[in-house]
Design a protein around this ligand. Structure first.
Ligand SMILES: [Zn+2]
Length: 310
């Protein structure tokens, strides 16, 4: 499994290409404590872990959320967990099927963990991830996707997991891919959102239902207003950050809806991009995702967007 291949995938999924190609010796992630025994592993904006992850330590075991784009990053996370506790990693929850959240699953499976996800993750992980490599996918890249470790337990609507006396609630909410889970730690008031929330970062909307994603962010604000939110990409946030992300999606939809109809795709981009730039031009990945966000939202509003089907 080539690191180059992984880097290419991470590049497509969250715009991590630049410094990666320069092979800078940056750390995979920074661990941030966000509650007793609850840690966020925050990947820097152009880091080689590809996305955020995290873990929860209970009285008889550990639960991990997501496994990065690179098994070496997953191993680094497992090493960090082992440095903090002798308890085993019992569960890994994949928040969705995208390569940058599941490629390290094998590291945790080999250590004895049960990998869980919403049922569509298991259906899509070996197929839908191929599209990120485009038409010129190499046999090696195809093999990488087709040998990703799948969840070995799935649920439809969510599940409650117990780490001894500590409860973790896995909740299914729609929006980013159609198979998204959020992981809630009620006793610490922490929500791991996966890619339902990107903190001050433009999102990858390739599979998104933006209306559903807005509604799910409204659910975060209603049900967990005081929580710390660990996004799929970006720093740990609070309600105001979730609100800003929700408002970006709403502004995108409004601007695209006003611009489309009489004009082609290039004209919609030309109209909408200058409206977004003054407000969101400083967010991570603006240059990488803004145009695609506009085009994909135009397709979505026109009812012609291709999204994964269960
Ligand atoms: Zn994603």
């Amino acid at each position: 499994m080539s690191i180059r291949t992984m880097i290419y995938a991470a590049c497509l999924l969250s715009a991590t290409c630049g410094p990666l190609m320069a092979e800078e010796p940056t750390p995979f992630f920074t661990l941030r404590p966000i509650g007793t025994g609850v840690w966020a592993a925050i990947s820097p904006a152009r880091g080689k872990a590809g996305s955020n992850a995290g873990f929860v330590i209970g009285s008889d075991g550990v639960l991990v959320v997501d496994s990065f784009v690179d098994p070496a990053a997953a191993q680094a996370l497992l090493d960090e967990i082992h440095a903090k506790t002798k308890l085993p990693v019992r569960y890994v929850v994949n928040t969705h099927y995208h390569l940058d959240h599941v490629a390290g699953n094998g590291v945790f499976k080999d250590s004895g963990a049960l990998i869980l996800a919403q049922a569509n993750v298991r259906t899509w992980e070996h197929t839908e991830n191929l599209k990120f490599f485009g038409d010129k996918i190499t046999p090696q890249q195809k093999q990488l996707v087709e040998t990703l470790v799948l969840p070995s337990a799935v649920y439809r609507d969510g599940v409650e997991l117990f780490l001894g006396d500590r409860k973790v609630v896995v909740r299914v909410l729609p929006g980013h891919t159609g198979g998204d889970s959020v992981v809630v730690v009620p006793d610490a008031d922490v929500v791991f959102t996966g890619d339902m929330f990107w903190n001050h970062s433009l999102p990858n909307l390739i599979d998104a239902d933006t209306q559903a994603q807005i509604a799910s962010n409204d659910t975060f604000l209603k049900d967990y207003f005081k929580a710390s939110f660990v996004p799929g990409h970006g720093e740990v946030g609070k309600a105001a950050d979730v609100q800003a992300f929700r408002d970006y999606l709403a502004a995108l939809r409004t601007a695209v809806a006003a611009a489309r109809g009489t004009e082609g795709s290039a004209a919609v981009v030309k109209s909408v991009l200058p409206q977004l730039k003054p407000v969101y031009g400083g967010w991570n990945y603006f240059d990488h995702f803004a145009q695609r966000n506009i085009e994909q939202t135009a397709d979505e509003l026109a009812g012609r967007k291709r999204v994964p089907m269960p």
